[in-house]
Design a protein around this ligand. Structure first.
Ligand SMILES: [Zn+2]
Length: 409
């Protein structure tokens, strides 16, 4: 059997972080007329590298198969749009960005973020691998190149339009198969004093709050500041600031620049690194207890669903996202336990969830079923969703989240 190797440092991967069994690709929603067709399942096995401590999945699918046409449009979450708008305002203020500057976003999706720079008259470029999503961005006035980003495409983009004063990649670093090549692209495109920002879910939070459902095939790497700092340094870049964000259950926003640029090192960098050291993320011991906590969550969730079933209660779910698919497939939950899952995205409605084959419906259709329990799959958006779905309270319906531990409110 082939031994997988670390995507950052190439060391052999010998240590399991957590093995979630076999699962289909999280974003491969099944059209209802293909309900009888088979699906391809892949191992969902996360390793930790004992050399650089990058937590990662082995790569089974080529990125083109995963990302070329996937049904994710950022703009469907109002909370995420507010986050994007606040990011744009903060960057414009902090780095005094204006019409003479240029902002580039990698994995720019439907232009959800860059639209706020466009509105302020700042030139932008979006880079997005999914052609159907890029077309949506152009419709809203965000110039977008359809390509995978890496050193080679960075050189082409630089030659065509020059460098970037600000370059963002929000929730993409973790999805990049060749992380060194991707970060090298930033070094190529950033101007001398240009600033790059990465946002990614913080591995420290994933471990502390049992967020195993953020592990799915499209999400190759699970990142700490310590690991990202090492990768940036290997690519001639350096971290100069970091912020802790509440998004996705606890994320980091890392600010970086060329190794010899003038940006002053903020004290927050040492602060976050100290938290990671305290959690032993720089040694194997920090990763050892996670798998057992995951089994515990599965047991409590199934216990709840079996009891609801025996009581004749109706359970529906909200949020047809990758997280939910990992959770449902790992726990072995199908329509016998969760009758339907509501999602606001019309691109997902009318399909079946991969693996579990639970039908995806509109929020209105779910409300019409008057569920006794609504299992909120994207627990990070729990408050926003409970507010949107507050109509279920009218018949005594309750909201359930399974992570970090089972909660019924
Ligand atoms: Zn490594």
């Amino acid at each position: 059997m082939r031994t997988p190797t670390c995507r950052a440092c190439r060391a052999a991967l010998r240590h399991t972080f957590v093995d979630l069994g076999m699962s289909p690709l999280s974003n491969s929603y099944v059209p209802r007329d293909r309900a009888g067709d088979g699906e391809k399942f892949y191992p969902l096995h996360a390793y930790v590298c004992d050399s650089c401590f990058l937590v990662q999945l082995e790569e089974f699918e080529t990125p083109a198969q995963i990302f070329s046409d996937y049904a994710y449009f950022s703009s469907f979450s109002t909370g995420w749009l507010r986050h994007a708008e606040a990011y744009a305002a903060a960057m414009i203020r902090r780095f005094a960005l204006g019409p003479q500057h240029r902002v580039v976003e990698i994995a720019s999706n439907d232009g959800y973020l860059l639209q706020y720079f466009v509105a302020r008259g700042i030139p932008v470029l979006g880079v997005e691998p999914a052609a159907n999503v890029a077309a949506e961005a152009r419709k809203r006035g965000v110039p977008t190149e359809v390509t995978f980003f890496g050193a080679e495409s960075a050189r082409k983009l630089y030659d065509a339009g020059g460098g970037a004063d600000l370059m963002a990649a929000n929730n993409v670093l973790a999805h990049v198969p060749d992380i060194i090549d991707f970060v090298t692209g930033f070094r190529i495109m950033l101007k001398r004093e240009g600033v790059g920002t990465f946002e990614f879910p913080h591995l420290l939070k994933l471990i502390a709050e049992n967020q195993f459902d953020t592990i799915y095939h499209e999400h190759f790497s699970y990142l700490s500041l310590g690991v990202v700092r090492q990768i940036l340094e290997r690519c001639g870049l350096r971290v100069f600031d970091v912020e802790m964000l509440p998004t996705h259950g606890g994320s980091l926003r890392v600010y970086f620049c060329h190794a010899d640029a003038g940006h002053v090192l903020a004290p927050s960098v040492a602060g976050v690194l100290a938290n990671e050291t305290a959690a032993q993320l720089d040694e194997l011991a920090g990763y050892g207890g996670f798998a057992g906590k995951v089994v515990e969550i599965k047991c409590r969730a199934l216990e709840f669903l079996v009891r609801a079933h025996d009581d004749g209660a109706t359970v529906c779910a909200y949020g047809a996202a990758a997280k939910g698919n990992t959770f449902l497939n790992y726990c072995g939950i199908g329509p016998e336990f969760v009758r339907m899952v509501a999602d606001r995205s019309p691109h997902k409605q009318g399909t079946l969830l991969p693996g579990s084959r639970i039908p995806v419906v509109s929020p209105e259709a779910m409300l019409a079923a008057k569920p006794d329990y609504v299992l909120i799959l994207p627990w990070n958006l729990k408050d926003e969703i409970a507010e949107q779905m507050s109509a279920v309270r009218a018949w005594g319906g309750r909201f359930v989240t399974a992570i970090p531990h089972l909660s019924v409110t």
